[in-house]
Design a protein around this ligand. Structure first.
Ligand code: ZN
Length: 82
């Protein structure tokens, strides 16, 4: 994860080679090629892209929730003997 850049569009990190500096009203932001390409496409495709991103985010949130459940059920044993 050394050479990654925060993408303000996806709110996640991507490898630097997938990123371009993008000027907004608030200055330069890093944005990935994926979202830049998507923004150039016709609106119908853009909607589809938005849905994919949303479902990916939902999937990610679900996985993180699962992980915290696992951690709660199976806490790491740190050498204490009972
Ligand atoms: Zn991105």
């Amino acid at each position: 994860m050394a050479d990654t850049v925060y993408c303000y569009c996806c709110r996640t990190h991507h490898p630097r080679e997938q990123m371009r500096r993008y000027q907004t009203r608030h200055g330069f932001r890093w944005r990935c090629l994926r979202t830049i390409d998507a923004a150039r496409r016709p609106p119908a495709e853009r909607d589809e892209f938005g849905r994919q991103t949303t479902s990916q985010n939902r999937e990610h949130a679900r996985r993180m929730a699962d992980l915290s459940t696992v951690r709660r059920l199976y806490p790491l044993k740190t050498g204490e003997a009972r």
